[in-house]
Design a protein around this ligand. Structure first.
Ligand code: ZN
Length: 339
């Protein structure tokens, strides 16, 4: 459908109506090889070559690459500029951002924002979805003491156990229960439940190095990467404030922009948007699918994004999504996505 929309010219024509002011694109990992042993987290990883292809193609169309500070200014101004914008964002602070994405951004002078969770940097939290994948890859059987159990003998069983465990960790357990349960499962299977030897996320020193480049903005992403909708309002405030305090203390600059962990309607809503505004962030992004419109001026704390999916690394998909035509398809007919 996306190919058809682009090749018939529908997407490029519709861009005037749906494309709005521009898009905020969302990336996670950028690395030449994909390290998802079961392929289940492949959507989170794109290659530096694909990143460069997207940048060159957008620049060729006259798209302007801007920072999140400028996104806020453009949305507040509300004026339809001659050129559409794209702001590049990367979630979680993977260290491949420094080694593989940063050189591409430097080469093409593209501003970018990395949303970091200090809990990942200091080991209080882990990239648990990757650890669950490692666990299921290694185990033949997974049993939660006093809870459900899954057979993981075959590739098919491993993949379905992964998805079941993702749901179990995301929705059955509380955010506070996640880590102890994951640690126990890792211990039983003899795998490391923490920072990998080659470090998966950037250290404070690496962030300081990259963050000193004017192209780079460091944003907040909570301390522990909790699903905020599952926390009390007081805890949400604390997660936001403390993450900003820690980043300010380590990097010398208070983050002005924020990304909700997981970012779907199940993880961030009106309450979270209000708290992010009260905490002083200039903008906050979700993972809900959509382009940016002048109407977002009253909704700067629930900005939708366009996720570039590593499973489908095709330029035409990215172009079609950024035209805005897929926004109403993904959102029950709505063109402007808000909290
Ligand atoms: Zn995240």
């Amino acid at each position: 459908m996306m190919r058809l929309a682009w090749h018939t010219g529908f997407a490029s024509t519709a861009r005037d109506h749906f494309g709005g002011l521009g898009s905020v694109i969302m990336l996670h990992r950028v690395r030449p090889d994909c390290i998802s042993p079961l392929g289940v987290t492949r959507s989170l990883s794109i290659t530096p070559a694909f990143l460069e292809q997207i940048i060159l193609s957008l620049k060729g169309e006259g798209t302007e690459f801007i920072s999140m500070d400028e996104v806020v200014e453009r949305v507040k101004g509300g004026k339809r500029p001659d050129r559409r914008f794209v702001a590049v964002t990367l979630d979680d602070g993977y260290n491949d951002n420094l080694h593989h994405a940063y050189p591409v951004f430097q080469k093409h002078s593209v501003p970018f924002t990395v949303y970091v969770a200090p809990g990942f940097i200091e080991g209080a939290s882990v990239l648990w979805w990757e650890i669950v994948e490692n666990l299921v890859t290694k185990a033949d059987y997974i049993r939660i003491p006093g809870g459900p159990e899954w057979r993981c003998g075959t590739l098919f069983q491993k993949r379905s156990a992964f998805h079941a465990l993702m749901r179990y960790f995301s929705y059955t357990l509380t955010e506070i229960e996640q880590m102890p349960v994951l640690r126990a499962l890792c211990e039983a299977e003899g795998i490391v439940c923490g920072v990998a030897q080659d470090r998966d996320v950037m250290s404070w020193g690496e962030l300081r190095q990259m963050g000193s480049d004017p192209l780079c903005t460091i944003g907040g992403h909570t301390v522990h990467h909790y699903n905020l909708k599952k926390l009390t309002a007081g805890m949400v405030e604390q997660e936001m404030r403390l993450s900003a305090d820690m980043i300010e203390e380590k990097l010398g600059r208070r983050p002005q922009h924020f990304a909700y962990p997981y970012g779907s309607a199940k993880a961030a809503g009106k309450r979270e948007a209000e708290i992010a505004a009260t905490e002083g962030f200039l903008s906050a992004v979700t993972t809900r699918h959509g382009t940016i419109h002048a109407e977002h001026r009253n909704n700067l704390h629930a900005l939708p994004r366009i996720s570039i999916n590593g499973r489908f690394q095709k330029l035409v998909y990215a172009q079609t999504m950024m035209s805005g035509v897929t926004t109403p398809i993904a959102n029950a007919g709505r063109r402007v996505i808000q909290a």
